[in-house]
Design a protein around this ligand. Structure first.
Ligand SMILES: Nc1ncnc2c1ncn2[C@@H]1O[C@H](COP(=O)(O)OP(=O)(O)O)[C@@H](O)[C@H]1O
Ligand SMILES: [Mg+2]
Length: 375
């Protein structure tokens, strides 16, 4: 039997729940021609939501271009992928599109090869080594003029990665071109709040206030519980409301973790032929922690000694962090050093300010730290 839960990848129905309000609001923004900056920490469900939005907009007659900046490592790579995505929209009528493409873009030539079934695959060849501004501009303008009368939704996912493509220059060209667009709407999505704010909220930066910032939150606790109970039920496994609630809590209600934990629990129930219970949940959390430990170790390796020390202290005790007493108890040096470390940990989204101190964004990372301290 197939596991009724999916994690670590983009999900759609029946692995997708809720997000109705968010979807509605995004559809309205696109229809009203507002550009949107969509932010959440990684694995909250941005890409899944955006692909759902893409389908809604296609149903409304839009062409949709989706581009993941994690796949792009150079300007040439951007042009190549962008052009290919444009071309994909043409479907069967690719021949006239090809002609038009060639007349509109400067400095690159489209290349089409057909496979044995006659299905075209598209690439570009560059006429010069240096990619000129004119080439960039003509490519970015394609959505405006290659399909007369058609509206486009352009989704740039993990957009903060643009800062690695010799940032400012790229952003300048992009803003200069797309601010004039009438038929193309943009969504910039990303998982680094810190970098997105740099790009969109710092005066003087090219993309300053270019879009309305929308923060994607968690799915309400009860909806997640209901989703879990229903998915278990669809494979004839019963799970109590209490256990479902406990599971969502242990996963910090982070959508990816909830489904990850649910998948582990479902597997354990299947193997043992028992109804899921709290012991099984403990075991599932333990298994997940082992699987995630390499990833958590990598995060630790990326921090300075002092940042690590502060993080470990916070995993034991997270109030009155800047007091003398806290520093004595946890053997931390100067308070100003701790302040800098905390700033960095907040920027990295490992911790965030809470009512009376700091809290961990990732409950499993917290468990990981605690389990290592007790070794
Ligand atoms: N609407 C949703 N309902 C249920 N689970 C979801 C939903 N959105 C995301 N998830 C869970 O989170 C995981 C990561 O989703 P993804 O869209 O890749 O997030 P992001 O793009 O924010 O990193 C999915 O594999 C799934 O387990
Ligand atoms: Mg994503």
């Amino acid at each position: 039997m197939e596991n009724p839960f999916q994690y670590g990848k983009v999900v759609s129905d029946p692995y997708f729940t809720d997000r109705e309000e968010e979807l509605k609001s995004l559809v309205q923004d696109v229809a009203a021609k507002h550009n949107v900056v969509l932010y959440s920490p990684r694995r909250f469900g941005k890409t899944s939501l955006l692909l759902k939005l893409a389908n809604s907009m296609k149903d409304k007659g839009y062409n949709v271009l989706y581009l993941d900046f994690f796949r792009i490592t150079s300007r040439a790579g951007f042009i190549e992928l962008y052009a290919r995505e444009i071309f994909k929209q043409s479907g069967k009528s690719w021949k006239p599109m090809l002609k038009k493409f060639a007349s509109l873009v400067k400095g690159i030539r489209p290349v089409v090869s057909l496979d044995a079934m006659g299905v075209p695959s598209f690439s570009v060849s560059f006429e010069t080594v240096e990619i000129t501004q004119q080439t960039m501009e003509s490519v970015l303008n394609l959505t405006e003029n290659i399909t007369p009368g058609k509206q486009w939704l352009v989704i740039f996912d993990e957009f903060q990665e643009i800062t690695k493509l010799n940032g400012d220059g790229f952003e300048n060209i992009m803003r200069a071109v797309i601010q004039h667009h009438q038929r193309s709407n943009y969504i910039f999505s990303g998982s680094s709040y810190h970098l997105l704010l740099e790009i969109f909220s710092r005066p003087g930066r090219a993309m300053y206030q270019f879009g309305k910032i929308m923060k994607l939150g968690k799915i309400p606790h009860e909806m997640m519980e209901e989703f879990i109970i229903n998915r278990f039920a669809q494979t004839d496994v019963q799970i109590s409301q209490e256990l479902a609630r406990e599971m969502v809590t242990r996963a910090g209600n982070i959508p990816n973790y909830v489904q990850y934990l649910a998948a582990e629990l479902w597997q354990l129930a299947l193997q043992s032929k028992h109804k899921p219970d709290i012991n099984m949940l403990d075991k599932a959390v333990g298994g997940m922690l082992i699987n995630l430990s390499d990833y958590f170790q990598q995060i630790m390796d990326s921090l300075s000694i002092h940042q690590k020390k502060v993080l470990v202290a916070l995993s034991k005790d997270n109030v009155k962090v800047f007091s003398q007493e806290y520093h004595r108890t946890h053997h931390l040096g100067a308070i100003s050093t701790t302040q800098r470390a905390v700033q960095k940990l907040v920027a990295e989204q490992l911790i965030s300010p809470s009512d009376n101190g700091y809290e961990f964004g990732d409950p499993l990372f917290l468990l990981y730290l605690r389990s290592r301290i007790n070794l």
